[in-house]
Design a protein around this ligand. Sequence first.
Ligand code: AMP
Ligand code: MG
Length: 351
Amino acid sequence: MLINKAVRSAAVCCAGLILLTGCGSGDSSSDSAGSDVSAAKDVFAMDTFMTLKAYGPDAEPALDAAADRIAELEKTLSVTDKSSDIWRLNSSAGQPVEVSSDTMTILQKAAEVYDKTGGALNICLYPVLRAWGFTTSEYRIPGDEELRELLENTDCRKVVLDGMTAELPSDYQVDLGALAKGYTGDEIMETLRENGVDSAIISLGGNVQSLGTKPDGSMWKVSVRDPFSPDTDMCVVEIGEKAVITSGNYERYFTGEDGNVYWHIIDGADGYPADNGLVSVTVIGDCGLDCDALSTALFVEGYPDACEQWRKSRDFEMILVTDDGKIYYTEGLSGSFTNISSMPAEVIPDA
Ligand code: AMP
Ligand code: MG
């Protein structure tokens, strides 16, 4: 049943996105981060409000370099820009296409996580997303037959990656929206580092990534949204240099003519929005690309399989919110997790 409390509530409360959710840092030139030199920059790219904040004497030029890098990545990864790698790939009619190392890195990660999660993360679902109108905001509910036909061309194992060349079967199209922001976060951090910054925090539409610690050596405090009320925060985690990446059903959705609510993360098993018991998945780890890929995949997989994925690797932390209003988090967060919601929160059992 494609309606749940999270989205019903979001429909009431989500008047606008909270630009700085997740960024626990202050904003003045001498702020709570403990430095008297800082610079901030707002960027709109990849359909996302991005807020970048860096500390230290090199902060300003470093942020300019980061903004240039974002623009470069947007041009490479966009599904709509006719000069992008992805546009060329999607209109290649089965021919091999040479792509940039940025695109290849993401395609390889997508293939790896597709395999690891039994197809839960599937970049080939783009035609299905289009059929629902999630790419244009002209929403509609596709028929079952239409979905069945579209799903025939979504076997991600048929994407061939060879050196710097990618090849899709004709009738296939990909979209890297589930991974691009995580990769962009990694690249922003790399750019800031190369430009002399060792303390920074960024929010890419609520996905947070930090570089180093605060200038005074203390941990960053990052908040995660309450999926049942996305304009308020649900919990705070204290982190060092990490990515904190969330996939939620409240981020993009519409109410169909049938009164049901449909959201933007698709289950390749049936072509419908993934409705496997989770309304929000936050993955915390060292690599933004990994965390972004996983947060989308685990959202699709649902609670038991998400816990199994974590038990198998234990190289990331996560916070899950179930559709019955409970928070579950991994034990590695025990010392750094504070629940500020009225929902019960408990540690995910070891086995
Ligand atoms: P995220 O917010 O990182 O979870 O990414 C969600 C976005 O990824 C959606 O808005 C779609 O563009 C795309 N998407 C939706 N479902 C999937 C899926 N199962 N696998 C890969 N990408 C998806
Ligand atoms: Mg993702």
